[in-house]
Design a protein around this ligand. Structure first.
Ligand SMILES: Nc1nc2c(ncn2[C@@H]2O[C@H](COP(=O)(O)OP(=O)(O)O)[C@@H](O)[C@H]2O)c(=O)[nH]1
Ligand SMILES: [Mg+2]
Length: 458
């Protein structure tokens, strides 16, 4: 995600640092490099132009050329500009507490509308405690209703039942009645896909908008649309009034140009990003955090939030007590491994950690990291309770038994033990004040320690 751009910025800033003082020529060069990097990331041309213009203006205003650490100054200006272009501050879904809220989802066919409707339905139900109804207005594809029904069933959300041969506008009228009768807070309407801009379908969308008066009309856009995003947005916003957008398939796009262009070309905020096919693969769009990710500062805040969402509080307390007593044993390592699996595996965590982000690709390509984690789990599970609590007693013959039991080699057992030792040593350092005293860097180091070092060799 944003990997290419991130790499480019890293080398541009490195170059600036090396020049020490920055003259007009090296400044111009940096601006040209940034512009090229943006365009290669598929950022829309007018957006890239405006970006550079702002940086220029800001830089002149702040006398970058004469400041003491010009590279830092430019980094800061670029970072601010990046945040601005991504939308400034986070913009949550609007929800009126006093009435039923209607959300109309529009977008090209295959952009991820149906999947996103289900993801957001799940988000509203679980995070916002709302009653939710999904509605399929896609009568063009026979399987469209079934797809949304399956997704809704899976997350325990009702879908408006199907009535054969009903037109979208009539379905939406039925949805409104149903919502009133059943006191539904949020109604999510999935519309028909458009492979390209088709007048009949566009008019249908505009009619629906009038009928429903949605709280929000959201444009769903595939991240891989790239430069073409400008035209897609224009076509839709000529017909309907968009209130926000959602970028999908960000997980498969190393460039991220669409995300960078969307706010500028729609003039409305990006609300969410889809980062995978699974129902939980939805992230609230935080411009500041995304900018930090792009500029290679990692995204510790997201990581910490993600961790605290998944951590069982009792578990955490138990762990804290053990840490204070310096009693972190292999059972605790096991629960940390499981914790990590719950958080979506190693590769989903790595992208948040500064310094590890660049390894994300290498890891996901050979999967050896995830395998290695599974192996660690199998090894610990093959140990007796006593061995887990007193790793020191694990001698040669015990190692052989464990290796056979877990289908691994003695060298694998040694690696887990070494890993555990490394972690205990580090934990001891923080045991005085508990984990809460760890800085983001230390925290990321803690996760880093769980990653077997041998997987980075390739
Ligand atoms: N990798 C990935 N796939 C996605 C994401 N969102 C949707 N998809 C996939 O994209 C395909 C099309 O999605 P669908 O919701 O049916 O698109 P629609 O035609 O706009 O309703 C499906 O295979 C989804 O699983 C995402 O954020 N990441
Ligand atoms: Mg669909």
């Amino acid at each position: 995600m944003f990997l290419n751009l991130s790499e480019r910025f890293e080398s541009i800033f490195k170059g600036l640092k090396q020049t020490g003082s920055i003259d007009e020529k090296s400044f111009d060069e940096a601006m040209r490099d940034i512009r090229r990097a943006l365009l290669e990331a598929d950022v829309a041309l007018p957006v890239a132009k405006e970006f550079i213009n702002h940086i220029r203006q800001e830089s002149i205003g702040k006398e970058v050329l004469r400041s003491i650490t010009p590279a830092q100054m430019i980094t800061k200006i670029v970072s601010d500009e990046l945040i601005k272009i991504l939308g400034g501050s986070m913009s949550d879904l609007q929800i009126d507490e006093n009435k039923s809220n209607y959300y109309l989802f529009a977008g090209l066919q295959g952009s991820g509308k149906t999947t996103t409707v289900a993801k957001i339905a799940n988000y509203l139900k679980n995070k916002k405690n709302k009653s939710v109804l999904t509605v399929s207005l896609d009568i063009n594809r026979p399987a469209a209703f079934d797809q949304l029904k399956k997704l809704s069933d899976d997350i325990g959300i009702s879908i408006l039942p199907k009535v054969e041969n009903q037109m979208p506008i009539d379905i939406s009228k039925r949805a409104i009645e149903f919502a009133k009768l059943n006191n539904i807070d949020c109604i999510l309407l999935d519309t028909a896909g458009r492979t390209n801009i088709d007048d009949a379908l566009m008019n249908e969308l505009s009619q629906l908008e009038k009928e429903i008066s949605p709280t929000e009309t959201l444009l769903v856009l595939d991240s891989l649309t790239g430069q073409e995003a400008v035209n897609v947005v224009k076509d839709f916003s000529n017909k309907i009034k968009l209130s926000g957008s959602i970028i999908t398939r960000v997980d498969g796009d190393a460039r991220g140009g669409a995300a960078l262009s969307m706010k500028y070309i729609t003039d409305c905020p990006i609300k969410f990003m889809g980062v995978g096919e699974h129902i939980d693969d939805l992230e609230i769009f935080h411009p500041e955090r995304i900018a930090n990710r792009i500029l290679g500062m990692g995204d510790i805040v997201s990581l910490v939030e993600k961790a605290s969402e998944n951590i069982d509080e009792q578990d955490a307390e138990r762990m804290a007590t053990k840490l204070q007593k310096g009693e972190f044993d292999l059972d605790d390592l096991l629960s940390q491994i499981r914790q990590m699996k719950k958080m979506g595996g190693l590769s989903s965590i790595m992208k948040f950690i500064p310094g590890l982000k660049n390894l994300e690709n290498k890891i996901s390509q050979n999967d050896s990291a995830e395998n290695s984690i599974m192996k660690q789990e199998a090894i610990i599970l093959s140990m007796t309770k006593y061995e887990r609590s007193k790793p020191k007693i694990i001698n040669g013959s015990r190692k052989k038994r464990i290796a056979t039991g877990s289908g691994t080699k003695v060298s694998d057992i040694n690696r887990v033990l070494k890993q555990h030792k490394k972690m205990t040593d580090m934990m001891k350092k923080f045991s005085k004040n508990g984990m809460g005293s760890m800085s983001p860097d230390q925290l990321s180091g803690q996760f880093g320690n769980m990653i077997p070092s041998d997987i980075f060799k390739k």
